[in-house]
Design a binder for this molecule. Structure first.
Ligand code: MD3
Ligand code: FE
Length: 234
């Protein structure tokens, strides 16, 4: 693994971390797993407006929202009632290599952007384990990712996310505002029918210190090694 770029404090960026073979395998695996956990469009709390992004999840917990109960994690597919498919081992390997966290992620949220789908600026704050970073893998069409500390446009930055890119958001970046302004259709032929997949790996529950996962999963790397050195204060 090469040294990441650091476009902002707490943001670690590995352009084209995955080669084309891995990208094709992972994209095909996502659609294969989605046969038993189909994509759906979640609803915003209260209004019931559907998101433009299609979603599903892998792992023991999956992120979901509907009008009645709002944002939350669920152990089962909301329409099938079955547990989510397992997180592919390739993704867990990327987490072990880059996240610097003592435990494995429990959720892999799968976002599918077709056509003009976008995601407005928001913070991810539904996970009790705030000390864990969020890891993002992009596949398919290029996307304009926007992030910052406040909503005014002058306090945001953008990053063009491409197929195979891995970004880890931790420390001071964990609760930053972020969103996807737009995708650029036709910029990749990876995904049948076009579009973009984004996979985010998340630790949801606070790891139980007595369970001693660390030996298997983090080696003897200090927890959050990347972020401990990075207070965002320069
Ligand atoms: C920074 N997804 O699923 S990935 C999301 O491309 C989400 O689908 C976008 O925002 C996408 O919540 C952006 C980059 C990302 C993901 C999660 C983060 C950045 C993050 C969580 C905390 C901070
Ligand atoms: Fe997010």
């Amino acid at each position: 693994m090469s040294a990441p770029l650091q476009p902002a404090p707490g943001v670690f960026y590995w352009p084209r971390y995955l080669d084309m073979t891995q990208q094709h395998w992972l994209s095909a695996e996502v659609f294969r797993l989605a046969e038993s956990a189909p994509f759906y469009r979640p609803e915003m709390p209260r209004t019931g407006h559907k998101l433009s992004v299609e979603m599903t999840n892998f792992g023991s917990l999956g992120w979901f929202t509907d009008a009645e109960k709002g944002y939350r994690y669920e152990a089962r597919h909301p329409f099938r009632g079955t547990s989510w498919p397992p997180i592919p081992e390739l993704l867990l390997d990327i987490w072990r290599a880059t996240a610097g966290y003592r435990s494995l992620p429990e959720a892999c949220l799968v976002n599918l952007y077709r056509g003009r789908a976008r995601m407005g600026l928001h913070r991810d704050s539904d996970e009790p384990a705030r000390d864990a970073p969020v890891l993002s893998v992009s596949l398919g069409d290029k996307a304009l990712f926007r992030f910052g500390r406040a909503r005014k446009i002058s306090s945001t930055q953008t990053l063009l996310l491409e197929s195979g890119d891995v970004v880890v958001f931790g420390g001071v970046a964990r609760l930053m505002l972020h969103g996807i302004d737009r995708i650029f259709p036709g910029t990749s032929s990876l995904i049948p029918g076009g579009g973009r997949l984004n996979l985010t790996l998340r630790r949801v529950t606070i790891p139980d210190a007595t369970q001693k996962e660390a030996a298997d999963q983090g080696g003897d790397r200090p927890p959050n090694a990347l972020f401990a050195l990075d207070t965002g204060r320069g």
